[in-house]
Design a protein around this ligand. Structure first.
Ligand code: GAP
Length: 443
C-alpha cells in the first residue's frame, strides 16, 4: 500500500476537513483521542447523504433486500461463534528504544523500527482487536461483553427472525448500517483506519449452486455504483482478487481506491459459503437451515457479502473530488492563485444549493427563496463577502449550484444559476427553478 503516495494531497484534505468543519479529531480540547473522529456540520450532512445513497441503492430499490438495525452490544457468544474472540487479532511489536508500536504486517521491514531505525524490537505478540466492556454491576469475566467488530454478525444471528417476518424466500439479502469498533494497534491515515467507524454491509443468501453467479452479480453491482453513483474516475479504483482465501470462502475481491497515501481497500465482496450461519447454528443450538417448501429440501444457505466502511467512502469521495483549478481564477477575475474545488456528485454534496443575494438590500427576497428551496434541497444562505468570495467558499465545500439573486430578480422573476464545475452561469426563472435543480441533481 506504500506506492503512489501524495502526502501533500492528504494534508490538504485533512486541512480542508478541519477548516470547513467536515471532520476533526474527537475530544480535541483534551489533545484528541487517537483513532476517533468527529464529523462537523458539513461532514455529517455529507456522511448521511452517502449512507442514504447506499441504503437507497442496496435496500429501498430492491424487493429482495431487507434492513436491520441491531444493537452494538450482543450476547458475547455471538463473537465466540464468529471466531472474533479467539482469532480476531493482529501481531504487534514495540520498539524498546523509542516506544513506537507497530502492526507487524504493516511494517516495511519487520526487524527494524520505521520511526527511529532501531533493531531493538520486542518479540511479535498477538493482540485481540475486540473492544471490551462489562454489562451489569460486576466487572468480572462473566459480565464481559464486546462492542461489535462488524455489523454483519447480528444479520446472521437474526437471519431466521427476519426471514419469517419478511416472508422472503431465497435468494434474498439483509443489510445493516452502523457503528463497529476495533481496538486498532495503529490507527492512521486520517479516518481510513479508526477505532470507531461505520460499516454498510449486506449479506445475500442463496442456494450453494447459485453462489458464484451472485458473487459475480454483486461484484458488478458494486463496481457500477462507484462508477455511476459516486462518479469515481476509472483510474481511481481497481479490483484486487484474493488468491489466498479464508478456509470457508469460495471467492473474494476487494474494491481498492487510490487514496492519497496509496492504494487501499474500500470494500470487500466475499463469497462466505455457509460458514457464518453454520457457526451460529452450532453455538446457539438453533437450526438456521432453510427449508425449500416447493421441494421439501433443507439446507444451510450460502452467503455473499458486500462490506464497505462509510468513513472510508467519505475519504475516498473527497480524494476523488479534490481539485485545485488555476485557470478558474482568471475566468472569474479573482486575485488568489488557485481555486480549491470539490467536484462532488450533487446527490451527496453537503450543500446542494447556495442562495446568494448580490446586495444586502436583496436579503429579504433572497431569504424567502432560500427557505422555499431548503424544503427540497440541502441549502445554505450566505450574505457575507463579495460574490466572488462566496462562490469560492461554496466551491471549496463542493456546492454544485449557486443561485444569485440580483437587482433584476424581483422584476424578471429569475435568478442566475452558477455551475461549480464549468463556472458557467445561466438565467433561470424562479417558477421553474425547483424542477431545474431537481433535474440537474439527478442527472
Ligand atoms: N464483515 C466483513 C468485514 O468486516 P473488513 O474487511 O474487516 O470485513 C469491511 O471490513 C470494511 O470496513 C473495510 O473494507 C473498510 O471499508 C471498513 N473498515 C474496516 N476496518 C476499518 C477501520 N479500522 N477503520 C475504518 N474503516 C474500516
Amino acid at each position: 500500500m506504500a506506492e503512489e503516495k501524495d502526502n501533500a494531497l492528504m494534508e490538504k484534505i485533512v486541512s480542508l476537513c478541519k477548516r470547513r468543519g467536515f471532520v476533526f479529531q474527537s475530544s480535541e480540547i483534551y489533545g484528541g483521542f487517537n483513532g476517533f473522529w468527529d464529523y462537523g456540520p458539513y461532514g455529517c450532512r455529507m456522511k448521511r447523504a452517502i449512507e442514504n445513497l447506499w441504503w437507497h441503492e442496496m435496500v429501498e430499490t430492491r424487493d429482495n433486500v431487507e434492513g436491520l438495525d441491531s444493537t452494538i452490544i450482543c450476547h458475547p457468544m455471538v463473537w465466540k461463534a464468529s471466531g472474533h474472540v479467539d482469532q480476531f487479532s493482529d501481531l504487534m511489536t514495540d520498539c524498546k528504544d523509542c516506544k513506537s508500536r507497530f502492526r507487524v504486517d504493516q511494517m516495511e521491514d519487520p526487524t527494524t523500527c520505521s520511526n527511529c531505525g532501531s533493531k531493538n524490537l520486542t518479540e511479535p505478540r498477538e493482540f485481540n482487536l475486540m473492544l471490551q466492556t462489562y454489562v451489569g454491576p460486576v466487572f468480572d469475566d462473566e459480565h464481559k461483553a464486546y462492542l461489535r467488530a462488524e455489523t454483519c454478525q447480528p444479520i446472521f444471528v437474526d437471519f431466521n427472525q427476519i426471514r419469517v417476518a419478511s416472508r422472503q424466500k431465497l435468494p434474498f439479502g439483509i443489510a445493516q448500517v452502523g457503528k463497529s469498533f476495533r481496538n486498532e494497534i495503529n490507527p492512521r491515515n486520517f479516518t481510513f483506519r479508526s477505532r470507531e467507524f461505520t460499516q454498510m454491509e449486506m449479506e445475500f443468501f442463496c442456494e450453494e449452486a447459485q453462489g458464484m453467479e451472485f458473487f459475480e452479480y454483486w461484484k458488478e453491482q458494486r463496481i457500477n455504483y462507484y462508477k455511476n453513483k459516486l462518479k469515481f474516475k476509472d483510474d481511481f479504483f481497481r479490483i484486487y482478487v484474493h488468491e489466498k482465501l479464508a478456509h470457508y470462502a469460495k471467492a473474494a475481491i476487494d474494491i481498492e481506491v487510490k487514496f492519497p497515501f496509496g492504494w487501499g481497500e474500500l470494500e470487500g465482496v466475499h463469497h462466505r459459503g455457509t460458514w457464518d450461519l453454520s457457526q451460529h447454528s452450532k453455538f446457539s443450538g438453533q437450526n438456521l437451515e432453510y427449508m425449500d417448501h416447493d421441494t421439501g429440501r433443507k439446507f444451510m444457505p450460502t452467503c455473499i457479502e458486500t462490506s464497505v466502511g462509510l468513513d472510508r467512502t467519505f475519504l475516498a469521495v473527497l480524494a476523488n473530488a479534490y481539485d485545485e483549478d488555476k485557470a478558474a481564477t482568471q475566468k472569474e477575475g479573482m486575485d488568489e492563485d488557485v481555486r480549491i474545488v470539490l467536484h462532488l456528485p450533487a446527490t451527496i454534496a453537503p450543500i446542494q444549493v447556495a442562495v446568494l443575494p448580490l446586495s444586502k438590500k436583496l436579503n429579504e427576497n433572497a431569504e424567502k427563496l432560500y427557505k422555499e428551496l431548503n424544503e427540497h434541497f440541502r441549502c445554505e444562505f450566505d450574505v457575507t463577502g463579495s460574490i466572488g468570495k462566496r462562490y469560492r467558499r461554496q466551491d471549496e465545500i463542493g456546492t454544485p449550484f449557486c443561485v444569485t439573486f440580483d437587482f433584476e430578480s424581483a422584476a424578471d422573476n429569475a435568478v442566475t444559476v452558477r455551475h461549480r464545475d464549468s463556472m458557467e452561469q445561466e438565467r433561470v426563472s424562479i417558477d421553474s427553478l425547483n424542477k431545474y435543480l431537481q433535474d440537474k441533481i439527478n442527472e
